[in-house]
Design a protein around this ligand. Structure first.
Ligand code: XIL
Length: 360
């Protein structure tokens, strides 16, 4: 009782009241400021006429609240960065593991986001048992067909489209020698047919990187599309990964976009990042000049995508969400790289707001 009285006595002192009042007002304004920061009202994804995506990592979705919030609110499409690839989804000859892929699907479905499937056939991230596989052509075909059809059937009705084959051509336009080309003649066409059989409604993509400035590689892709059309092999889209950098030539980028659009297929910028320090200079500073150059590339790409006929716009997907999650830092060990639209703390970069104003 004594303490209580003392407290009332202190509160009645005008000076103490003033201090408390000041703290109260400061607290409220901090709260309002924090709210206005964390719940932005206008989203880039809402002003675009096409889906805006990011590749995602289920560990970060689990562990990092801000990552989860940004991924859920800023994007209308998601791609599994790694967890639908052969190595992760088919770790043993008789064992499929869909746990983490399913987590991504559940996350996206809860937020009404589209899910893009990546990737059914690739030469990287192949499980050891596939590399060691022994058998004749029929056995190899059955193995790959079983892989494709089990994965596609599992995600049927959930995944809108698939990168059926990834990175099958070398820069000189020749077919990349892989375990698939070694053992299965015409493996690209067969893969697309098997995927189609398992889900005729999925949008089937051929996906590759670095077409800009590599006319032979691009020509090989265009020849593939023409050959598929001639033979009635189902193909619906071309994925241009768009791992570009601030020095990439604009004309070369625009040319491969135009060539892709001219096929009449859907177009996906499937793995966009704009590297600012491609030579991994240890003294690099992400200054205003670099930021402006990066913004100009984003603008070029988004404006080019906007001018694609609506029916062919599958979307633009960034290769992860915040700079610190980029594979350029992790996989390529380039610590001074800032290639995405959100910074290390998942704050929108200035470029985000310029895109928003320009594209709305
Ligand atoms: C990368 C992932 O980002 C990395 O985490 C992984 O270690 C290697 O693969 N082209 C593709 C993607 O099609 O699947 C690759 O993703 C990046 C290049």
């Amino acid at each position: 009782m004594k303490g209580f009285c003392k407290c009332i006595f202190i509160l009645r002192k005008p000076f103490t009241m003033k201090i408390l009042y000041t703290f109260f007002v400061l607290g409220i304004s901090q709260f309002i400021f924090a709210q206005s920061q964390s719940v932005p009202k206008v989203f880039l994804k809402d002003v675009l006429t096409f889906p805006l995506g990011a590749s995602v990592n289920p560990r970060l979705l689990d562990e990092n609240v801000t990552y989860r919030e940004r991924t859920g609110s800023e994007f209308s499409s998601v791609t599994a960065e790694n967890h639908m690839k052969m190595m992760n989804v088919h770790p043993g000859a008789d064992r499929f593991d869909f746990v983490l892929g399913d987590e991504i699907v559940a996350f996206a479905k809860n937020r009404k986001q589209r899910i893009h499937g990546h990737t059914l056939v690739w030469h990287n991230q192949v499980p050891q048992w596939m590399k060691d596989f022994q058998g004749d052509q029929v056995a190899w075909e059955n193995m790959l067909k079983n892989h494709i059809q089990t994965v596609v059937a599992h995600y049927k009705g959930k995944v809108a489209g698939w990168d059926v084959v990834n990175e099958a051509f070398l820069d000189d336009g020749s077919l990349r020698p892989t375990i698939w080309s070694d053992h299965i003649p015409d493996y690209l066409a067969k893969s697309f047919l098997w995927a189609y059989e398992a889900d005729p409604n999925a949008i089937l993509f051929y996906n590759d990187y670095g077409q800009d400035g590599k006319p032979k590689k691009m020509q090989a892709i265009l020849n593939l599309v023409q050959d598929f059309k001639n033979r009635n092999i189902p193909i619906n889209g071309l994925g241009l990964q768009m791992h570009v950098n601030i020095g990439s030539k604009n004309e070369a980028i625009l040319e491969v976009i135009n060539q892709s659009v001219a096929t009449g297929l859907s177009v996906h910028f499937s793995e966009l990042d704009v590297a600012v320090n491609p030579k991994n200079n240890p003294d690099f500073v992400y200054d205003d000049v670099a930021k402006d150059e990066q913004l100009n590339k984003f603008l070029l790409l988004f404006n080019a995508f906007k001018s694609i006929p609506k029916g062919q716009q599958y979307g633009i997907t960034f290769w992860n969400v915040g700079d610190k999650d980029s594979w350029l830092r992790g996989y390529f060990k380039r610590p001074k790289e800032n290639p995405l639209l959100f910074d290390d703390a998942y704050a929108r970069k200035a470029a985000y707001n310029v895109l928003l104003q320009t594209l709305k």
